[in-house]
Design a protein around this ligand. Sequence first.
Ligand code: DGY
Length: 439
Amino acid sequence: MFSMNQKLHDKAIEVLNKNWKDGFTVPCEGLYPFQWDWDSGFIALGWMHIDLERSFMEIKSLLKGQWSNGFIPHIIFHNPADTYFPGPEVQASHLSPFASKIPTSGITQPPVLGWVMGEIYTFAKADPRTLPFISEVYDAAYRAHQYLYTHRDPHNEGLVYICHNWEAGTDNTPVWDAIWETMDSPEYELERKDNVHIAASHRPSNREYQHYIHLIELFKSWHYDDATIAAKSPFLVQDPLFNAMLIASNEALITLGNLLNKTAEVSQLKKWNTLSKLRYEEKLYDSDLKGYVYYDLRNNRPLRHLSSSSFTALFAGIPSAERASEMVSNFQGGRFSGIDNNLLLCASFDPESEQFDPKRYWRGPIWINLNWLIYRGLQRYHQDTLADRVKKDTLHLMEKYGFYEYFDPRKEEDALLTDGYGGANFSWSAALTLDILNR
Ligand code: DGY
């Protein structure tokens, strides 16, 4: 490893060690002081390079929060902390008859678990601890998929829905703006804590938070009952990132299930996956925009915007080679690179849109986990020059600014700025840098 990379490598390890809390890793001290579902998946990929046992522990800790119906919550409140809103008392998971003993949220996040298990297995199969670990957590991962296909796909389309913007992971993407217009959320007085840590202009607005909390209040009043949520939630969306992750996780669980002789599970996973891939292609691709878009299941309409989620189908191996090259035209003299190549890859929302905001969370800034997924997707489709560019841009950001949460995609700003945006010492930025450097 070159010495600059060695320095970056050492700093990334330092961040993970600092954020390790005896069994799991917080995404960011103060700002996110608990365990988050998809963060844990990316973080486990960092730990696997430096401490395999910790990557196993990360996943086992996550599963302590799994509900008896297979559902994996997006936050596990292992520990008390008063620096985050909405905490366990607001999310009130005990209202569900299926809730775990540990308090959790009652919403989920992109289903990373199966796919992360596949990555760990591929990396560490020679280690005698690896297969026993996979075998120990396999059934829990399978049950999480069973939950999604049973309760989140009311028309048996093979595409599961999310019912809250936080389930997407891309919390305040402008894609939701059209949904908020359909809702008449109360004007709650909220004691937000995120804005104590981070400039308000870099976070979601107060009005957006009122919608987020209104959805949680509705779900609580329905005891987090899936059938009621499917029938009544004003937010019900088929998300290209969430479903790509599910497909990638199905694929990994099929491979791992074959190793473990899980015949019935493998056969069911194959059925789910065949349908999911087919419907994903048919329903979510927008040939004018050259990318996959969200579908608003409540209001029966596609939400026709490109975002970094539009390209995650690549890492799950969903599109044909022709469609993949059509999509990546967005990265070469296209919307996401800038016609004169003035953007770092990859903005989280369409830089040509009026709703693009290069500083505000998921309305434009670059996020390292999405870059990592796009990088792997481009490699899968042998788009090596572009993959190298995503890698180069990612490492540039990490070296220049450190392991921040998100970054400005404009090269002219990059020349002036000294800091990244959002939380500093952000765990998945460090973990995925380790993975990129070790690959
Ligand atoms: C937050 O609080 O911003 C989190 O992203 C919710 O999961």
